[in-house]
Design a protein around this ligand. Structure first.
Ligand SMILES: [Zn+2]
Length: 397
């Protein structure tokens, strides 16, 4: 066997099943067992393809290679809110630098060995540092106090990070939260702008001037933001104080969701997947019903794959396998995930780890009278409950 290594994987597949030489099975039974669990494509026209295991699609692109090579940075919970569509990118960038301590203030330069005499150009009372310019300088302190009062918040905290979180964590409406982020980023921006004007152009902007610039920017940003206000006097008072248009919450829209039985002679399958964040397992649940709506069977199970998409995909693969074994040729699959319906039309979107099984599923579907549809979760309640049950339980039918 060692002398003859010219074989390929295809030599070990006969009639769509793994076939190992007796000598290999005798000496490497564990290896043969492991390989036999690898699914084989049912469609004889399927060819082997190379996959890049670090990407979901299996394709190697410049983006995938970049993320593979770079050292991952720890994520921060405030990052998403400052990179918003209603914040100018230059303001988001400055806010990022300030909260990361990367602004070229005098103390930053001194730490890098540049000798210079430092003095804050806004108050002319203290040395210039990042925390002084943006937080503790009397000039900045006056502006922050003004904004905090207008937002009807408690005394301003000492750190800028706590200041940003002040409005975001106290149950305020989405519109007020967006307004606060716009206010926070624009105060930092115009403080830095006032500092640079005074330092390099010898032009001094007053506290009132900075507040006017901040107010103007908040009004511009609020026209792009999309959050809604709460129906409260406080929200109305704060929004009117800034001259911002109020956006009340829209009345909820009622959608009728009905489960319809299949046609005579058809089997309707409702499936769903579930993933609990505190568990490394995903569950899936399936229910089969006939044209009268009678339940023909149901099952729930789980996998060691921490992905809700994989759970949904595996649920469909399992039900089609079962329909194939039972020789059901008229099958209606109904799911509450539009992603699964996309996968039916575009199998290349399926994660590459499941692609062979998914293509086998599509091959079986091509031999059936098959119909697929989407239903809201409220109409898929039985499969949803089974999937949740499956996250912590073993199979049952
Ligand atoms: Zn100062």
């Amino acid at each position: 066997m060692v002398d003859n290594l010219s074989g390929s994987v295809a030599n070990f597949i006969v009639d769509r099943s793994w076939v190992f030489p007796p000598l290999l099975q005798l000496h490497f039974p564990a290896l043969c067992e492991l390989v036999s669990q690898v699914p084989i494509a049912l469609d004889p026209s399927t060819t082997d393809t190379l996959v890049w295991s670090s990407s979901s699609s299996g394709e190697l692109t410049a983006k995938v290679a970049f993320h593979f090579l770079r050292q991952p940075s720890p994520s921060v919970d405030w990052g998403r809110c400052i990179w918003s569509k209603f914040i100018l990118p230059r303001m988001s960038l400055l806010t990022w630098k300030v909260l990361r301590g990367r602004v070229l203030c005098d103390d930053f330069m001194q730490k890098r060995g540049i000798a210079l005499a430092s003095r804050c150009v806004l108050c002319r009372k203290d040395c210039e540092s990042l925390s002084h310019i943006f937080r503790s300088c009397p000039f900045a302190e006056t502006i922050w106090s003004c904004m905090i009062a207008k937002f009807e918040l408690a005394a301003p905290p000492l750190s800028l990070y706590d200041m940003l979180q002040l409005e975001l964590t106290n149950g305020r409406s989405p519109q007020l939260k967006e307004l606060w982020v716009a206010c926070f980023t624009s105060v930092l921006w115009f403080l830095w702008h006032a500092r640079n004007k005074a330092k390099y152009d010898n032009r001094f902007i007053t506290v009132v001037g900075v507040c006017r610039l901040v107010f103007g920017h908040i009004q511009s940003a609020s026209r792009i933001a999309s959050g809604h206000m709460h129906n409260s006097i406080q929200d109305l008072r704060i929004l009117k104080c800034f001259g911002v248009t109020c956006r009340p919450r829209h009345a909820p829209r009622t959608i009728e969701v009905n489960w319809h039985p299949p046609f005579l002679g058809w089997i309707k399958i409702n499936s769903d997947g579930a993933w609990k964040h505190d568990s490394a397992r995903v569950g899936y649940g399936v229910v089969f019903r006939d044209y009268r709506g009678y339940v023909l069977g149901a099952f729930a199970s789980n996998f060691d794959i921490p992905s809700s998409v994989a759970a949904e995909v595996m649920a469909v693969i399992k039900v089609i396998e079962l329909a194939w074994v039972r020789d059901w040729k008229h099958v209606w699959l109904e799911v509450d995930s539009s992603l699964i319906l996309d996968f039916l039309w575009s199998p290349s979107l399926v994660p590459w780890q499941l692609r062979v099984q998914w293509n086998n599923c599509l091959f079986r579907i091509s031999q059936m009278n098959f119909h697929s549809s989407h239903i809201f979760r409220e109409g898929n309640h039985v499969a949803d409950a089974l999937a949740n049950y499956g996250t912590s339980s073993t199979d049952f039918v």
